[in-house]
Design a protein around this ligand. Structure first.
Ligand SMILES: [Fe+2]
Length: 194
């Protein structure tokens, strides 16, 4: 899987349609988490593609919330994205926004980590360290079960995502915490430049 979009081009495209720092943070985080998963799951050669798909997955959400995942193809095509990348982006709205099913393992990972990175980020903010580096799966599970906590992060989608991958929730949480630990500093550095 290859994309001709370089990271700086993809980031410029994301910023063209997203002004909220939180949305840039979310894109950068999901992108880096996807890159980590590519390496971990044996798709190292495709890690640029995995990252760009993560970075751009919510490109249309800020300006076109009602058309989330249906406006994205137009914005991405204009920006020079390949159809494969567009499919990946759209598939994270499967069953909720669009009928584009996650097929490739990359797409299933994107579907599973999108909401979960949000939950981990919100849980990290509550910690004295403000970091996920000292977060254990057990404490994340408590936040997962507490439906009032970060209510916007859909537990249903996270659970469906794990199921699509054929993983139990524990494995998904453990790996995603590891991914977020490894990219936390890098994402924070990139946010300073935003
Ligand atoms: Fe997202």
């Amino acid at each position: 899987m290859k994309t001709k979009l370089e990271k700086n081009e993809a980031l410029a495209l994301l910023k063209k349609y997203n002004k909220e720092p939180f949305h840039i943070l979310h894109g950068l985080t999901v992108g880096e988490v996807m890159r980590w998963y590519a390496g971990e799951l044996g798709y190292g050669e495709d890690s640029d593609f995995w990252e760009i798909a993560g970075l751009l997955h919510d490109i249309d959400f800020e300006m076109y919330p009602e058309e989330h995942c249906t406006k994205a193809p137009e914005l991405l095509r204009e920006g020079g994205a390949e159809e494969e990348l567009i499919h990946a982006v759209c598939s994270h709205g499967y069953g909720h926004r669009v009928d584009v099913k996650p097929e490739h393992e990359m797409e299933k990972v994107l579907y599973a980590v999108d909401e979960l990175t949000g939950l981990i980020g919100a849980a990290a903010k509550m910690r004295p360290s403000k970091s996920c580096k000292d977060m254990e799966v057990s404490s994340l599970k408590k936040k997962f079960k507490d439906k009032r906590f970060a209510a916007g992060c859909s537990r249903e989608i996270i659970a469906e995502g794990a199921e699509q991958l054929g993983w139990d929730l524990n494995k998904l949480m453990e790996m995603t915490i590891m991914a977020m630990r490894s990219c936390e500093d890098s994402v924070n550095r990139q946010m300073e430049e935003v």
